[in-house]
Design a binder for this molecule. Sequence first.
Ligand code: GLN
Length: 244
Amino acid sequence: MKIRVGHLYPDYLNIYADRGNIAVLAERAGARGHELDVQAIGLGDPVPGEIDLFYVGGGQDREQALIAPDLAAKAEPLRDAAEGGAAFLAVCGGYQLLGRSYRDVAGDELPGIGLLPLRTVAGERRMIGDVLLDCDWAGETLAGFENHAGRTILDAGAEPLGRVVNGFGNDGTSGFEGCRYRSVYGTYLHGPLLPRNPWFADRVLSDALAHAGGPTELTPLEDGLEREAHMVSAERARARGGRF
Ligand code: GLN
């Protein structure tokens, strides 16, 4: 199968090499005989139809301010795509802008696209470090690294991506990290998120395959190195201790 990926603002939102997640998806898709067809969606570009997976990386306030009005103008086709079952993976700055709004460190209110039931307000203290999450909906854990000033507040009843075992998560107090809605996943976990969480990479892939009308079952891969990376990362988060 061909999996069509729309990479939103790759020139602006790629902090901590977030685009590496796409390399992981391409590799894991290829190992199962599928192919990723990645197209960039930049400033002023229309949202192509028939995208199976939208990807948005992280960025600082400055980059977010540069793309936020353009992204807001794309809100309707992006929300329609999500309702039609397209998968989304959004990291940090991208995650914040899938919500309703982000008030940045300077106090400026950036519009979001209102796809995820949340809003974000920047605080003074940055929340930085290794994170371990319990994703009971999947019976798995996620390990990664966070670095954000934004405090994300989920609406009542919204589903987090995971519960914080170690780290700050969405706001440092709620015990929630990220958000998921249909096949849309938003998280603060940066950079090498998918290399050390292969189950999550496969979850995103199979959601995208479902939208493409393909088989969603993925043959297991060996993943020895990936599991080791997960363990090392999880151990670092545990060594950090509790929250705040
Ligand atoms: N500007 C946002 C914040 O600091 C996002 C940062 C990021 O993507 N690392 O909260």
